[in-house]
Design a protein around this ligand. Structure first.
Ligand code: PA5
Length: 447
C-alpha cells in the first residue's frame, strides 16, 4: 500500500527551502511535546494514539450498533454540530455515491444531519420528510448541553416516539456523549439508550476516529476498519521518530508557519472533486479553532475546483497576495468515463475524444497550479493515491497531527476554543435563559 504524499516544492519560489528547513528543531520539539504531553493543552491529547489503541471489542460494538440501525431504518439522522458532525459528514460524503439520496435500490439508510443549525425551515422540512419513514437518531454532543443539537433532538425524539411508540423508539436512538456529565448523558441513562463515550481528553475537532465519526460512517456502509488502518499508518509516519525531511506532518507545519511569517495569512484548501467539499469544512474547523486565537493564526478557507474557478478564481489569481493554496489531489479516479467522439463536432470538443474525463480534470488541476503560482500564490499538494477509507484515514490523521505541531510552533494552545463561548453567552442573554439575568440586562441596554 502507498501513502498519501505531501509536496511543498512549489512554495519555494516564495519562501526559501533553507528557511523551511530551519524549523527542523522547533518542529521536532513540538512533535515531541505532543508525545511527552509537555505542551499547552496536554490534557486533550487522547487523539494522538487513538488509531493504534482502538480495540477489537470497541470496533465490533460500533459495527453491531450500526447494523441495528442499518437493519431497521430507511433514514438515520445524525444530530451534532462542529466537531460532533463535520468528521462523519466529511468521510461519508467523500466515500458515498454523489446521488446517494436518489437511489431507490438501497443497501444502507440515507444519512441526514440535524443540530448543525437552528434554521426553522430546515427542521420543518426534515420533520416533514421523516413523516411515515422508519428512522433512527444518533445524537452526538460531548458536553451534552449544546443548544443546537439539544433543540433538534427534542423535536426528533418526540416525532420518533409518536411514530414508532416509546419502546421501539428507545432502540433506534444512540447517544454519544460524556461518560457522566451533561443533559444528554442524564437523558440517555433515564431512557435506556445505547450509548458511546467521548473521552474527556479528546476535543470535538479531533474526534472523527471515535464513535462520533465511526458510528455514522459505519451506518452509511463504509469500512471503518480500513479508515482506522489508514490512520494507524499515519500515526507512525508522522511520529517523532520519523526524520523531519520524511515526516509530512512536520513538513506541513513548518512550511505553513514560514508562509504565515511571510505575509500569507490565508490558506485555501482546494479540491477537484465535489465529494471532498466537506473534507474542506472539517479541515476549516480543525485549523480555525486550533490556531485562530491570541490575535494570531492562518485563516482557513476552502474552495471546490473547477466549480469555484468560475467565482473565486479571479480573486485567487489577482487579488491581495496574502494567500497560499493546499491542493488535495486524487491520483486515480474510482470509475472510468471516456469522452465520446462526435461526427458533427459542433462543440469543437473532438480533441478530447477518447480521453478520460479525469485526464481533463488533471490538466485543469495542473494548469490552475501553474497559473496560480505565476499569479503569486504558493502551492502545496497532498496527493491521495485514490479515494477510499484507507487513504482518507491517512489524510485525517495527517491533518490532525500537523495541526497540533503547527499550533505549538505558532505558540498557541491548539486544543482549546475559548472564543466559541462569546456568541453563546449573548444568545442565552437575549433568550433570557435562567441564570443569565445580569447579561440579559446588559445586552438589552445595547440594542
Ligand atoms: O471542536 C469542538 O470542540 C466544537 O466544535 C464542538 O465539537 C461543538 O461545539 C459541539 O460541542 P458538543 O459536542 O459538546 O455538543
Amino acid at each position: 500500500m502507498e501513502n498519501i504524499k505531501l509536496s511543498i516544492d512549489k512554495a519555494f519560489g516564495f519562501v526559501s527551502e533553507q528557511n523551511v528547513a530551519a524549523y527542523k528543531s522547533q518542529v521536532n520539539e513540538a512533535n515531541k511535546a505532543l508525545h511527552n504531553g509537555t505542551g499547552k493543552g496536554s490534557d486533550f491529547l487522547g487523539w494522538l494514539h487513538l488509531p493504534s489503541t482502538i480495540d477489537e471489542a470497541h470496533l465490533s460494538d460500533i459495527e453491531n450498533t450500526a447494523e441495528i440501525l442499518r437493519d431497521n431504518c430507511e433514514v438515520v439522522v445524525v444530530i451534532g454540530i462542529g466537531g460532533s458532525y463535520l468528521g462523519a459528514k466529511a468521510v461519508i460524503d467523500a466515500l458515498s455515491n454523489s446521488f446517494d439520496w436518489l437511489q431507490t435500490e438501497r443497501n444502507s439508510p440515507v444519512v441526514v444531519y440535524a443540530g448543525q443549525n437552528i434554521g426553522e425551515d430546515y427542521l420543518y422540512e426534515l420533520q416533514e420528510m421523516l413523516k411515515n419513514k422508519k428512522f433512527g437518531i444518533i445524537c452526538i454532543s460531548k458536553s451534552g448541553t449544546t443548544t443546537e443539537p439539544a433543540l433538534a433532538f427534542r423535536l426528533l425524539k418526540t416525532q420518533l416516539e409518536a411514530q414508532q411508540g416509546k419502546a421501539a423508539a428507545q432502540k433506534l436512538i444512540v447517544a454519544i456523549t460524556d461518560k457522566s456529565r451533561g443533559a444528554l448523558r442524564t437523558l440517555a441513562t433515564q431512557e435506556g439508550y445505547k450509548t458511546f463515550i467521548i473521552e474527556d481528553n479528546i476535543g470535538g475537532r479531533y474526534s472523527v476516529l471515535t464513535p462520533v465519526g465511526l458510528l455514522p460512517i459505519a451506518v452509511a456502509g463504509h469500512d471503518i476498519r480500513q479508515l482506522v488502518a489508514g490512520a494507524i499508518k499515519m500515526e507512525t509516519v508522522c511520529g517523532p521518530e520519523t526524520p523531519f525531511e520524511e515526516n509530512p506532518a512536520a513538513q506541513y507545519a513548518a512550511i505553513r508557519n514560514e508562509l504565515y511569517k511571510n505575509g500569507k495569512g490565508i490558506e485555501i484548501l482546494v479540491n477537484f472533486h465535489p465529494k471532498l467539499h466537506f473534507i474542506g469544512e472539517w479541515w476549516k474547523q480543525l485549523y480555525g479553532e486550533s490556531e485562530g486565537k491570541e490575535n494570531k493564526g492562518i485563516f482557513p478557507a476552502a474552495v471546490d475546483f473547477t466549480t469555484d474557478l468560475h467565482s473565486m478564481g479571479q480573486w485567487i489569481q489577482e487579488g491581495v497576495r496574502s494567500i497560499f493554496e493546499t491542493v488535495i489531489s486524487v491520483k486515480a479516479s474510482n470509475f472510468t468515463k471516456i469522452f465520446p467522439h462526435d461526427e458533427s463536432n459542433l462543440d469543437g470538443l473532438n480533441f478530447l475524444a477518447g480521453k478520460r474525463v479525469d485526464e481533463v480534470n488533471k490538466m485543469a488541476e495542473l494548469g490552475t497550479m501553474i497559473a496560480h503560482i505565476d499569479g503569486g500564490v504558493p502551492n502545496l499538494k497532498v496527493e491521495l493515491p485514490s479515494l477510499n477509507e484507507y487513504y482518507l484515514g491517512q489524510l485525517l490523521y495527517f491533518f490532525e497531527k500537523a495541526c497540533g505541531i503547527s499550533g505549538y510552533v505558532l505558540g498557541v494552545n491548539p486544543f482549546d476554543q475559548p472564543g466559541v463561548e462569546a456568541y453563546k453567552k449573548n444568545m442565552f442573554a437575549l433568550l433570557e435563559k435562567p441564570g443569565f439575568e445580569a447579561e440579559t440586562k446588559a445586552i438589552k441596554a445595547r440594542i
